[in-house]
Ligand binder design. Sequence first.
Ligand SMILES: O=C(O)c1cc(=O)[nH]c(=O)n1[C@@H]1O[C@H](COP(=O)(O)O)[C@@H](O)[C@H]1O
Length: 297
Amino acid sequence: MPAAVRRESGNTSRPVARRFADRFVDLAQARSPLCLGLDPSEDLIRHWGLDDSVEGMHRFCQTVLEAAADEIAVVKPQCGFFERLGPGGMDVMAKVIRQAKSQGALALIDCKRGDFARTMTGYAQAMLGDDSGFGGDAMTVTAYLGLDALRPVIDRAAACGAAVFVVVRSSNADGHFLQKAMHDDGRTVAEALADSITVINRETGEGIGHVGAVIGATIDAADSTVLDRLPLSLVLAPGVGAQGATISDVKARFGRAAKRTLPSVSRAILAKGPSVAGLRTAIRRYRDEAWAANSEQ
Ligand SMILES: O=C(O)c1cc(=O)[nH]c(=O)n1[C@@H]1O[C@H](COP(=O)(O)O)[C@@H](O)[C@H]1O
C-alpha cells in the first residue's frame, strides 16, 4: 500500500508522511488492530529447525512476513533479538522493516530506548522516519530519565508523522514496584507519566496524538484506571498469548481505550512456524479476534 502523503503548509518541497495515528486507524479498520511481534530469539529459531545465524534469522523473519502477507496492521521487530547477532542481525532488522512496510504494515521498532536528551537525538535519527537509519514508523521508549529527556524522539516523531510509545505499565509483574510507586501528590509514577503524555498530545491538538503508551494486556482491571488519563494516546498492549492475556481481556480491561489499542502477540504466533500455513492460521485467529473486539464496541 503506497504511503499517502500530505504537504506541510509553507513547505511544498518536503512530503510529510501521514500521521501514524491516522494510518493506524485506517489499517485497524481495513485489516485489524493486531500488532505482530517479531522476536527472532535463539530458542524460536532453533525450534523451527534453522541455524541461529544471520541467514537463519532472515529466513525466519521472511517466513513470518510471508504468512502475514497484507493482513497485518503493525509489525513490531524486537530490536534486542536482532542486535544479539551484531551488524548482520541489525541488517536483517532493516530488511524486515522495509519488507513489512512494502506489505502495507506500519513498522514499530521495539527498542525501549531511554537515555538523556542529547543521546535520544541519536536514537531518534536511528529509528524514526523514512530518512532514518532503520526507517521505523514508531519506536518504544522508557522514561526512567524523565519524559523531558525523551523530547528529541517525541519532536522527531511529530515532524515525520511517526509515533513514540512510552512504557507506562509493563506486562511483567515486577515492573509494578517502580510503576506503582506513589508521588507526594497521591498519583502513582504511572499515572503521573500518563498525565504528562496527555499534556504533550494536547499541545499538538490533532485528536489522537503522536505519543502513545505501553500498557501490558496482563494488568489487573483495577489498575486499568491509568488508561483514563490517556484519552489522546494509542496504546500498545503486549502480553496477549504467551504471557496469559487474551484479546477479550484487553477489551474487558481497557474500556474506552480498547478502540485505540494495538494488542500485541509474539510467541503464541511465532511458535507455530516454520509452516507458513500454521503461522497464517494463528495470525488470522488473533487478527479476526482483534478486529471483532474492535468493531463490537
Ligand atoms: O514494549 C513491548 O512490546 C513490551 C512491553 C511489555 O511491557 N512487555 C512485553 O512483553 N513487551 C514485548 O512483547 C514481546 C513479548 O511478547 P509475547 O512473546 O507475546 O509474550 C517482547 O518483545 C517484549 O519485549
